[in-house]
Design a protein around this ligand. Structure first.
Ligand code: ZN
Length: 388
């Protein structure tokens, strides 16, 4: 009898091990599609402008969610360190997706289910990662720090102004270091407790998306059930984040939440990956009024590269979203916010960023404007708003 039990347990363990080896790349490739594979071709003019960009940055990706060696150039990855080097990307924001309801949709989700339990099981992550949101933040922070240690100075985590300054200095004449800023996509791992902000800060979190796909303890999501405004706890969190110079991100926020946070914020706000209703009228995208309210804080709007933000997948749609913001409030307030590796299909991976320069040229943007959009705005924002 005992022998049989042991055989069953060992067989299950072997099967599980095989599952964790085979399934993750399949799931990853299935969820993170790319319309066109590299190499990417652009005009000579666009390539020349791209090669001379002083700083290149993107405000949002979810690459940490997947079981991948990010120090390797993997075909299926939208972002990894070798690709950041190839594309000379000085700064990429890496966020933690810590909970994802089943049957995820853009209209209405509650918080009762979580697909990440299954994903973490399939990826062979430790038992705690199957259920514990705070642990998920800790383990993804660890992954980013390990990447930095293994990278042989090719990748550096940016936690303060001087980290960023050192990257700017290193990449002044030729590209040497890709930077990563750590953030949360949804502040539900705080579990409604202010004291957990300290934990997040110590794990390196410097940008905090208040909500993701469901209403949480802080406020309403554009894809939630109630889609309400800022809760009392949310207000306290906003004050605490500002005190610590943690940047507040309103991506996925309900309209009421955007309104209430822009009204009380005393520091510049970010909407890291979004579209604009002026070019793509979808629930999560920003209205003209919201764009103006975010810009009025001295904020930044990152334009996403995926269907829900662009209403299509043609690269020119990204450029049109960018131009719309420029025409409305000025070129100082817009940036790239790809959502690479965020369970979305994108037109090109990060090595295709020169395509955006080409599309911006087609729309008549000048080189100084293009430099701002492609990274200078993010650089200056971070130099001003990160902790000292
Ligand atoms: Zn998102």
């Amino acid at each position: 009898m005992l022998k049989k039990v042991i055989v069953v347990i060992v067989s299950l363990a072997v099967l599980y091990k095989i599952l964790t080896l085979i399934a993750p790349p399949i799931v990853d490739r299935h969820l993170n599609g790319i319309v066109d594979q590299p190499p990417y071709e652009v005009s000579e003019e666009a390539q020349e402008i791209y090669d001379n960009l002083p700083f290149i940055a993107d405000l949002h990706c979810d690459a940490l969610l997947w079981k991948r060696p990010m120090e390797k150039d993997l075909n299926r990855a939208h972002v990894d360190v070798p690709k950041m080097h190839q594309a000379h990307v000085d700064l990429q924001v890496f966020t933690v997706v810590s909970k994802s309801p089943k049957n995820l949709n853009f209209d209405e989700n509650d918080d009762r289910t979580d697909d990440l339990t299954l994903l973490n099981f399939v990826q062979g992550r430790p038992l705690r990662a199957w259920f514990n949101l705070k642990y998920r933040v800790g383990s993804q922070s660890k992954k980013l720090h390990q990447l930095e240690h293994k990278s042989d100075l090719k990748f550096k985590i940016v936690k303060n102004k001087s980290d960023l300054k050192s990257i700017i200095e290193s990449n002044k004449d030729s590209f040497h270091v890709a930077g990563g800023l750590f953030g949360l996509e949804g502040a539900h791992p705080l579990k409604g407790q202010l004291k957990n902000i300290e934990y997040m800060y110590n794990k390196g979190v410097r940008m905090v998306g208040l909500v993701h796909f469901f209403d949480n303890e802080l406020g309403g999501s554009a894809h939630g059930v109630v889609k309400g405004g800022l809760t009392e706890f949310g207000k306290q969190c906003v004050r605490e984040f500002e005190k610590r110079n943690m940047i507040i991100d309103l991506a996925h926020a309900s309209p009421q939440l955007v309104e209430e946070v822009t009204a009380i914020a005393t520091k510049p706000l970010v909407v890291s990956h979004t579209g604009v209703k002026g070019t793509c009228d979808r629930g999560r995208n920003l209205s003209d009024e919201q764009i103006m309210a975010v810009a009025a804080t001295g904020g930044l709007i990152g334009i996403g590269f995926f269907e829900e933000t662009m209403c299509g997948l043609e690269p020119k749609l990204i450029a049109e979203g960018i131009k719309y913001v420029i025409d409305l409030v000025g070129y100082e307030f817009v940036a790239l916010g790809s959502d690479y590796d965020g369970s979305v299909e994108v037109p090109f991976n990060i090595t295709g960023l020169p395509i955006i320069v080409d599309e911006l040229l087609h729309l008549g943007l000048t080189e100084p404007m293009i430099r701002r959009v492609m990274g200078e705005n993010v650089r200056d924002f971070m130099l001003k708003n990160l902790p000292d």
